[in-house]
Ligand binder design. Structure first.
Ligand code: PLP
Length: 446
């Protein structure tokens, strides 16, 4: 049963990454969440088709996470992050290292993906500097990349709208690889496209242009999530790795979305068999319950920075946050990793992957669909835009999805899905069939 919600005063809250004026006309107010569902102020039950913002793979309100947070609050609600730490922070770092590819032996904690990206860029610069390579200051990002909203992140990011308003604030010395999406070559690929590995050679061109000795790092999302699940072509990431190694350039994977099981493996690095020098993570590490991010770092990068630190009483790396390794998110993260183990969640995601793939690709042939993409428990459909009105078609699909009881994520005219790992096969199929019907609705309405 649905009902008309009580009006609320929306005048003060400036919503992030939201068309605020449209929102005020079409508010979406969530009241509660349990398992794989949200409940909104109309009394509707909505399947969480994007796991929050890719951050809640275990679903919502798992009492085991709540209990861990409550217990930690009673034991120690805060511990200064500088010059001291709680024991659980050390053990969490060790657990994350155990899950990560071999060689990534250190963890620097932050509070968000954006902070983790900027932290990784600073570690790259610091490392080269202590190695005597202070000229290595350039960063290479990629078109259509999303690396959060810090100054470093928007500089290496490749989304025009995130960059043009802030051009004066950008980091200098940043170049971009081309993105890998080419609909004429790869539309409707299942999993990794077979075309496009050669696009990695663009990195050689950029290196030749600037000289390797000026380049600190390449940062990439293994799968570009925010701009619509752009899956790397077969062999592309391997080539990027080879070129970085050849030229002494650090490779950073931004796994804020792809980390912790989303690609049916612990990390995208495992899924693609490519080990970067650093991995940026956030989101799923606490199931989105409480903010936390971090950077996994190659052990010898840490050792170099320690070695360059001078006398032992002096700080080696001038960076950190008041809430780095905060005991409460640390407790949440331990509980999340316990649940990953006890409930075998990466394997549950893996078992759902073919169900999502089949359901999504069954939409092929629908009017208005330009592409369908998928990998792991993530997927996207790209819609033909309404001429002259970018994003409008997708907005209509979102509204129609909500009418049909499912939540999806829109970005321009792409719709992304990433269901919780606790979903049943029927829920995944129902999500995609509702999406297909919503696309039909949106195509009819103009
Ligand atoms: C790949 C990637 N990097 C960084 C971020 C930024 O994370 P946060 O919003 O926690 O700052 C995101 C957020 O979606 C992301 O997808």
């Amino acid at each position: 049963m649905t009902s008309n919600p009580k009006p609320i005063d929306m005048s003060a809250y400036w919503l992030p990454y939201t068309p605020n004026r449209y929102f005020h006309q079409h508010p979406k107010v969530m009241k509660s969440a349990k398992g794989a569902y949200y409940f909104d102020d109309h009394g509707r039950k909505l399947f969480d088709g994007l796991s929050g913002l890719w951050c809640s793979p275990l679903g919502h309100a798992d009492p085991r996470i709540g209990a861990a947070i409550a217990k930690q609050y009673d034991t120690m609600d805060y511990c200064p992050a500088f010059q001291m730490a709680s024991e659980a922070t050390f053990t969490l770092a060790s657990r994350i290292v155990k899950l990560a590819p071999a060689g990534l032996d250190k963890v620097f904690f932050t509070n968000s993906g954006s902070e983790a990206v900027d932290t990784a860029l600073k570690i790259a610069i610091g490392y080269h500097r202590v190695q005597g390579n202070a000229s290595r200051i350039r960063m290479i990002g990629r078109e259509r990349a999303y690396h959060g909203v810090g100054i470093g992140g928007i500089s290496v990011g490749g989304i025009v709208a995130n960059r043009k308003m802030f051009a004066s604030m950008m980091m200098p010395g940043v170049d971009h690889l081309p993105h890998t999406l080419n609909l004429s070559q790869m539309a409707f690929s299942k999993g990794q496209p077979t075309w496009g590995a050669h696009l990695a050679d663009e990195l050689e061109r950029i290196v030749a242009l600037h000289d390797a000795n000026t380049i600190a790092a390449v940062i990439l999302e293994p799968v570009q999530g925010s701009t619509g699940v752009l899956v790397p072509p077969l062999g592309y990431l391997q080539k990027i790795r080879e070129i970085c190694t050849k030229h002494g350039i650090l490779l950073i994977f931004d796994e804020v979305i792809t980390g912790f099981g989303r690609l049916s493996a612990n990390f995208g690095a495992d899924r693609f068999g490519v080990t970067p020098d650093m991995i940026v993570f956030a989101k799923a590490i606490t199931n989105g319950v409480i903010p936390m991010g971090g950077v996994l770092v190659r052990g010898d990068i840490y050792d170099s920075i320690m070695g360059g630190g001078g006398q032992e009483q002096l700080i080696e790396f001038f960076h950190g946050y008041t809430y780095s390794g905060h005991p409460i998110p640390v407790a949440a993260a331990h509980a999340v990793l316990d649940i990953f183990e006890s409930d075998d969640l990466v394997n549950r995601a893996k078992a759902l992957e073919p169900i999502l793939e089949n359901a999504l690709h069954a939409l092929k042939g629908k009017s208005g669909l330009l592409d369908i993409r998928n990998i792991g428990l993530s997927g996207a459909v790209e819609l033909e835009p309404v001429p002259g009105k970018p994003g409008l078609r997708a907005m209509k699909v979102l509204e129609a999805c909500i009418e049909r009881g499912v939540l999806v994520r829109i970005s321009n005219d792409t719709i992304a899905v990433g269901p919780p790992f606790i979903s049943t096969p029927a829920e995944v199929e129902n999500l995609i069939s509702a999406l297909g019907d919503a696309v039909d609705d949106a195509m009819k309405s103009n």
